[in-house]
Design a protein around this ligand. Structure first.
Ligand SMILES: NC(=O)c1ccc[n+]([C@@H]2O[C@H](COP(=O)([O-])OP(=O)(O)OC[C@H]3O[C@@H](n4cnc5c(N)ncnc54)[C@H](OP(=O)(O)O)[C@@H]3O)[C@@H](O)[C@H]2O)c1
Length: 327
């Protein structure tokens, strides 16, 4: 496992981290035992960066991470998110400032820590991202010692660009993968200039970019790949990265033709992201320990610079027209 700097912090984070949405909910039934095993496997593989949210399983994912933190003497970096837990019709309620501290207190309890390494605002609406008082409230929580640092998880490049204008924002999380290449146009350069930690989520486009999914694949009812295909429950950009399923499968077949020896498609997908040095950490999700094992191995794979033009032209031809200007 290789490690990277994160923002201007004294952190050395594994370039492959772990996305912990899967051990909360929305991905079929991931049993407690599998969750614990895959977390343990992550540590064994040198992973030291874990991304969760108070929303995932309404705290279930955070509570598994509390066990992980207790189980090791190594420093691991755990980032959670806030703001999306209050749902229903009054969606914005989760971002009212008076609730922020209440959310943080609950996450502190769930994670079993006195201070959270990094808290990300969980894809707030654009107007909240643009408001100074959003960050003033976060500054207050830092001063109180409940939060060490904060960042913003976003849906769009335009939100990312707005958020990094605020001086204490340390990180941006966004979808970045072979099927969602827009961050490479201007955002990554801007982030580097400002020393922003970049967390690449959805790196496998919800599994499409592993090559293991085909037209016959059936997803469980409680898997968002069944119930959020048109964005019925949350932004469709987080289900198959917003890519049309059939078009995605066609692109996957073309990508498979490019694989170097000893590369899986998963390796190619993760390595493509890692070729962008401005990225601090890639956070593939996993439903069992063998996926964690496979994903962490991508860090050791060889450079694929020579393949980038071919990979990117598959994106240009088959995917870009549908997604590029949407997020
Ligand atoms: N708004 C936000 O801030 C936000 C939104 C979305 C995600 N995230 C974060 O980003 C993380 C990762 O992104 P993601 O959840 O969208 O998914 P992803 O990493 O693109 O895909 C993960 C899925 O791919 C499949 N998979 C993983 N490794 C595999 C392997 N080696 N071989 C075959 N299949 C494999 C698994 O599903 P199957 O085996 O069931 O196919 C797994 O659940 C999340 O866990 C979460 O922490 C944040």
């Amino acid at each position: 496992m290789k490690y990277r700097k994160f923002s201007d912090l004294d952190w050395n984070v594994s370039e492959i981290g772990l996305g912990c949405w899967q051990i909360g909910w929305c991905w079929g039934d991931v049993e407690d035992n599998d969750a614990r095993e895959l977390l343990k496997k992550s540590l064994d593989q040198g992973i030291n960066f874990f991304d969760t949210s108070d929303l995932y399983g309404d705290g279930r994912s955070e509570k598994f991470l509390a066990e992980l933190i207790k189980s090791t003497s190594e420093k691991i970096y755990v980032t959670t998110k806030l703001g999306r837990r209050v749902r229903g019709t009054n969606y914005l309620k989760g971002y009212k400032h008076e609730h922020m501290e209440e959310f943080i207190d609950r996450s502190l309890t769930n994670l079993g820590v006195d201070c959270i390494d990094l808290v990300q605002l969980h894809c707030p609406p654009s107007e909240i991202i643009s408001r100074k008082d959003t960050y003033e409230k976060m500054d207050e929580l830092v001063q109180k010692g409940k939060v060490a640092h904060y960042g913003v998880s976003v849906h769009t490049i335009s939100d990312a660009m707005k958020a990094i204008q605020f001086p204490n924002v340390k990180s941006i999380q966004l979808v970045f993968n072979i099927f969602r290449q827009k961050p490479a146009e201007a955002f990554l350069k801007e982030a580097k200039k400002k020393n922003i930690g970049v967390i690449a989520r959805g790196p496998l486009a919800s599994g499409l970019l592993t090559g293991e999914i085909n037209k016959e694949t059936k997803f469980a009812e409680n898997d968002h790949r069944s119930y959020n295909i048109k964005g019925e429950h949350f932004d469709v950009g987080d289900t198959f990265s917003g890519v049309n399923f059939e078009k995605g499968l066609n692109a996957v077949e073309k990508l498979k033709d490019l694989l170097p020896d000893n590369f899986s498609l998963t390796d190619l997908a993760l390595k493509w992201i890692l070729m962008h040095k401005e990225v601090s950490v890639v956070i593939p999700g996993a439903i069992n320990k063998s996926q964690v094992h496979m994903n962490s191995k991508a860090s050791d794979q060889i450079d694929i610079s020579s393949l980038l033009p071919k990979i990117n032209s598959i994106y240009d031809d088959l995917i870009k027209p549908d997604v590029h200007n949407r997020w």
